[in-house]
Ligand binder design. Sequence first.
Ligand SMILES: C[S@@+](CC[C@H](N)C(=O)[O-])C[C@H]1O[C@@H](n2cnc3c(N)ncnc32)[C@H](O)[C@@H]1O
Length: 213
Amino acid sequence: MSDTWLSDTRSSYDTDAPGYAEKVRGLLGGRPYLRASLALFAELVHDAGGGPVADVGCGPGYVTGHLHDLGVDAFGIDISPEMIAIARRDHPGLRFDVGTMTALDLADGSVTGLLAFWSVIHVPDHAVPGVFGQFRRVLRPGGPLLVGFHVGDETRHTSEGYTGRPINVDSHHRPPRKIAGWLRDAGFTIEAELVIGPDEDGPGAVVFARGPA
Ligand SMILES: C[S@@+](CC[C@H](N)C(=O)[O-])C[C@H]1O[C@@H](n2cnc3c(N)ncnc32)[C@H](O)[C@@H]1O
């Protein structure tokens, strides 16, 4: 199977980083269910004793910044150097690293919590178990995990970015039970699932999970 998805995703987000950053600017202000999910995640991190939290596939870093505002020691990782440049520009006090969730450059058990918001959507089915294995590897025992994604059962291809430039990226829409099944296979316990906008055209979901103790 071709693995150009990784380089295609990186180059697409490099091309579209300014347009994407503008599109999502202020997004959380109009998303109460996402804000509530992030507040709950922050509480779980605090309950776990605090410590570093990785926002994997952080894009322009607004979720990383929101977690920081909630008292979480959050840092961001993204495969796109252009996204990371925007995240550093917009959140100069925070740490952002270029990296891929398929091979996280983090020591085993080195983060208290891990969040992946609408970034696993670009990982094809065959690579998801490896990515969730990475999440488990870097999480401290019993650490909280929060995954957000598009709900559905289809793959959508995008060939034009928000500024009209050509890109080449797939987004995989998945039923929550499929994500939950992969997480359980990786050793996680599912603690909660929330479907947001089930009656809308493009529902989303967040799954709260916990690594093995
Ligand atoms: C839809 S955006 C989501 C960004 C942000 N988390 C948000 O909620 O707005 C997907 C992000 O995941 C990043 N990404 C995709 N594949 C990745 C990978 N293998 N490793 C790290 N980041 C990745 C992209 O570069 C992009 O910034």
